[in-house]
Design a protein around this ligand. Structure first.
Ligand code: IMP
Ligand code: MG
Length: 206
């Protein structure tokens, strides 16, 4: 466990380190390979959050797998930590999904609206099969019923950043999944990460 003083500003604790992430990714890749042994598969990563996850998942598949990679980008309206449920398509896939075995690769499922939107969008395009793979799940936050075929890790009820996930576009580059300081994320409002800093002596500067 890293001391708070060694963590970047605004980060309270590491929830899953890179070895825990790798183990989860390997497990997920094994599940996908088991279900689609000899068929071509298209991993559709949901930008930007699933960028690293998609890359690592693709490389964890057996080398004999005929895997293709595509990306789609969506945004949900809302503030920095609460999505409003209104999903908007920012970038479509570059290849058609018709007749293909598609796996949607998403960073995190929270209320479920983003994944439901993507399943409906891609489901209408006649893929041979459509599965969903998420790295992090917050099952207790679900507002709509969504089928998820592969789930990596169950996330605590706190805002998670790192390994692609952001807070106002920050922290995506962290190699682990971490929790923000409570002061950074306040119910109904947003406090800048700079607002609370743990000093090297463990005291907090507000
Ligand atoms: P949903 O539509 O509520 O299921 O939210 C899914 C999207 O919200 C994810 O793709 C993320 O972009 C974002 N999101 C939800 N929870 C978190 C979190 O804890 N950290 C970072 N992004 C999150
Ligand atoms: Mg996302």
């Amino acid at each position: 466990m890293r001391a708070p003083s060694e963590l970047p500003r605004g980060i309270a604790a590491i929830e899953f380190d890179s070895s825990q992430i790798s183990a989860a990714v390997l497990r997920l890749a094994a599940g996908i390979a088991r279900d689609l042994p000899a068929e071509p598969v298209v991993l559709i990563g949901v930008l930007k959050g699933a960028l690293f996850f998609t890359a690592d998942l693709a490389r964890a598949l057996p080398t004999e797998t005929d895997a293709r990679i595509d990306f789609i980008a969506v945004s949900s309206y809302g503030n920095a930590t609460r999505s409003s449920g209104e999903v908007r398509l920012l970038k479509d896939t570059s290849e058609s999904v018709e007749g293909k075995n598609v796996v949607i690769v998403e960073d995190i499922i929270d209320n479920g609206l983003t994944l439901r939107y993507l399943q409906e969008l891609l489901g209408h395009r006649k893929p041979a099969s459509l599965r969903s793979c998420v790295l992090l799940d917050k099952p207790y936050r679900r507002q709509v019923d969504v089928k998820v075929d592969y789930i990596g890790l169950t996330a605590p009820d706190t805002f998670i950043v790192g390994y692609g996930l952001d807070y106002q576009e920050k922290y995506r580059n962290l190699p682990y999944l971490a929790r923000l300081h409570d002061r950074v994320v306040e119910e109904g409002g947003v406090v800048a990460p700079e607002a609370s800093t743990v000093l090297s002596d463990g005291h907090r500067r507000e």
